[in-house]
Design a protein around this ligand. Sequence first.
Ligand SMILES: [Zn+2]
Ligand SMILES: [Zn+2]
Length: 109
Amino acid sequence: MDSRRIEGLWDCGYCDQKGILARYDRCRTCGSARSAQTIFYLPKDIEKAVLSDEERAKTSNAPDWLCDYCGSLNSADSMACSGCGSARERATKDYATLHSGTEINAPRG
Ligand SMILES: [Zn+2]
Ligand SMILES: [Zn+2]
């Protein structure tokens, strides 16, 4: 099974910083934390975005997760929501990592 890991990017909603790596949960320019509304997207150059084994070792395999009940963004380590205490199994959204199975409609070249 292909388990390539592609690192998503996000844009800061406070300053103009774009393309912040998913591994950072704060803007590298102004320090603002990303929120539950933050939208992740794939980089233009997918091949370069695929993490090497070395890089993968540095990033968490388990992504951050979003609570379905209260919308709190929780760290990958916690098994229950820090906001409302809901068990993690209820969370279905993967906000930190985009996998290679994701459909990509970007034109080539
Ligand atoms: Zn910023
Ligand atoms: Zn919650």
